[in-house]
Design a protein around this ligand. Structure first.
Ligand code: NAD
Length: 282
């Protein structure tokens, strides 16, 4: 029996992303950069947020342009928007610039994040506050501004929060980080419930150990990298593009009935790997 011909939509990738306007925070490197490029591949217009200097975002912008040329998607635009997501005034201005630059906003990816390593008894309150301010408060502020826009325009919208396996798994010596990512679960679930009837979906992506600049401490050191990878059931770190694929899926109409969920993209890290060897009941 001949196979069914794929629909035109299917050959073009995920449904409902072409022509959508997406803002990616922390889009100048790592996972955010891969997400921006992936959305461009699917025909979305992208607003790429960077923290300080436009140069931080140039590499992403070049990749977006290269990607646009590659997939020959006419009319795909990109715009660079500066802003510190922890600063309310910056976020209000930045979301406004994204809306103006792209001609609207349909999707927000809260990706910007930092971590500070210190034994908790030595952690000063400023360091704790800083991580919470970027990772959690920043996601709230950006989500609030995006939701205000969706409601004002009376249109559906999608928010994807880039969380972490540390939404579930404790991370000793990174108290601010694991607290912020734990909070992100309730940020995702609460906003999802609050706005489900308005056509606004809110989901999370929970990366495991991923090869990006945030992990500069181990990615280029073969010994340290092996140490990290031996804890992962799939025995390798993930790459940013693997996070981007799931983010795009959750943002697309293929995930139209999913809200309030976090999908862990972690090579099995959240599966309690130490239970692979029986030790508790034998
Ligand atoms: P990264 O350091 O390359 O990216 C972080 C981005 O956030 C950078 O572009 C940085 O400029 C931006 N940023 C930092 N502070 C900001 C601020 N105040 N305002 C705006 N932008 C700011 O690292 P990454 O791995 O790509 O991290 C992206 C997200 O993925 C983070 O939320 C991180 O917690 C999460 N994550 C990463 C891993 C991993 O192993 N790489 C694992 C789990 C979760």
């Amino acid at each position: 029996m001949p196979e069914a011909a794929p629909t035109a939509e299917r050959t073009k990738g995920l449904r409902g992303l072409k022509g959508k306007n997406v803002l990616v925070t922390g889009g100048s490197s790592g996972i955010g950069q891969a997400i921006a490029v992936r959305f461009a591949e699917y025909g979305s217009n992208v607003a790429i947020n960077y923290l300080r200097q436009p140069e931080e975002a140039r590499e992403t912008e070049e990749q977006v342009h290269a990607c646009i040329a590659k997939v020959q998607q006419e009319g795909v635009q990109d715009v660079l928007v500066q802003g510190d997501v922890s600063q309310e005034d910056d976020v209000v201005r930045m979301v406004g610039e994204a809306v103006q630059g792209l001609g609207g906003l349909d999707l927000l990816v809260n990706n910007a994040g930092i971590q500070i390593s210190r034994p908790s008894e030595e952690l000063d309150s400023a360091a704790f506050d800083k991580v919470l301010a970027v990772n959690l408060r920043g996601s709230f502020l950006c989500a609030r501004e995006a939701i205000r826009h969706f409601l004002a325009e009376q249109k559906p919208g999608v928010i994807i929060n880039v969380s972490s396996v540390h939404q579930l798994i404790p991370k000793p010596n990174y108290l601010g980080y694991s607290t912020s990512k734990g909070g992100m679960q309730n940020l995702t679930r609460t906003l999802a419930l609050e706005y489900a009837a308005k056509g606004i979906r809110v989901n999370g992506v929970g990366p495991g150990a991923t090869v990006t600049p945030i992990n500069r401490a181990w990615i280029d050191d073969p010994e340290k990298r092996a140490q990290v990878e031996e804890h992962i059931p799939m025995q390798r770190a993930g790459d940013a593009d693997e996070m981007a694929g799931v983010t795009a899926f959750l943002a697309s109409d293929d995930a139209a009935y999913i809200t309030g969920q976090t999908i862990f993209v972690d090579g099995g890290l959240t599966l309690y790997p130490s239970f692979l060897m029986p030790w508790s009941s034998e």
